[in-house]
Design a protein around this ligand. Structure first.
Ligand code: COA
Length: 135
């Protein structure tokens, strides 16, 4: 019986939209990375394909789901992957996955977070505006 656990690998079929290393200022009282820091990076990451699809200004309307699967530690290299999952009349839903390469051990990779975030294309008056359908 093979009891070996498959190692987690970074996706090879796509590029991260953001790569960033959390610093001590991004930690919580226990010293691990603060969930709110990860949430803000996820919001930024999701905004990359959403802005491109909307061809302009967007606003985050909802975080539909957010799961912290593993902790993130100060110094981890965090890679954020984001892709469009659904497009409505004015809204764009994005799936964001986050992987952490542990500090000084880049072979050790953990999938730390996944989330669905919805953005709305807005005009200069912050009112929803239509976007192109998903091809
Ligand atoms: C985003 C905003 C412009 C939408 O305006 P609105 O009058 O509520 O617009 P609507 O009710 O027509 O909804 C717009 C779209 O969002 C979608 N939407 C609204 N709430 C949603 C939710 N909880 N989950 C998923 N989609 C949602 C609607 O289904 C609609 O999509 P569609 O046009 O593709 O069918 C407005 O709510 C707003 O300004 N919110 C604050 C945004 C902000 O400041 N974000 C930063 C976070 S601090």
């Amino acid at each position: 019986m093979n009891t070996q656990i498959e190692p987690v690998l970074l996706p090879v079929d796509r590029e991260p939209v953001i790569r960033v290393i959390p610093m001590p200022k991004d930690s919580n009282a226990a010293g691990d990375v603060f969930g709110g820091w990860i949430m803000s990076q996820v919001d930024l990451a999701g905004s990359v394909p959403a802005t491109a699809h909307a061809k302009g200004r967007i606003a985050t309307v909802a975080v539909n789901s957010f799961v912290f699967k593993e902790p993130v530690f100060v110094g981890d290299l965090c890679s954020f992957y984001a892709e469009i999952t659904k497009v409505g009349r004015t809204s764009i839903q994005i799936y964001v996955e986050v992987y952490a390469q542990r500090r000084l051990q880049p072979d050790q990779v953990a999938k730390v977070t996944e989330a669905y975030v919805t953005y709305v294309a807005v005009d200069n008056d912050r009112k929803p505006r239509p976007v192109d359908p998903l091809k």
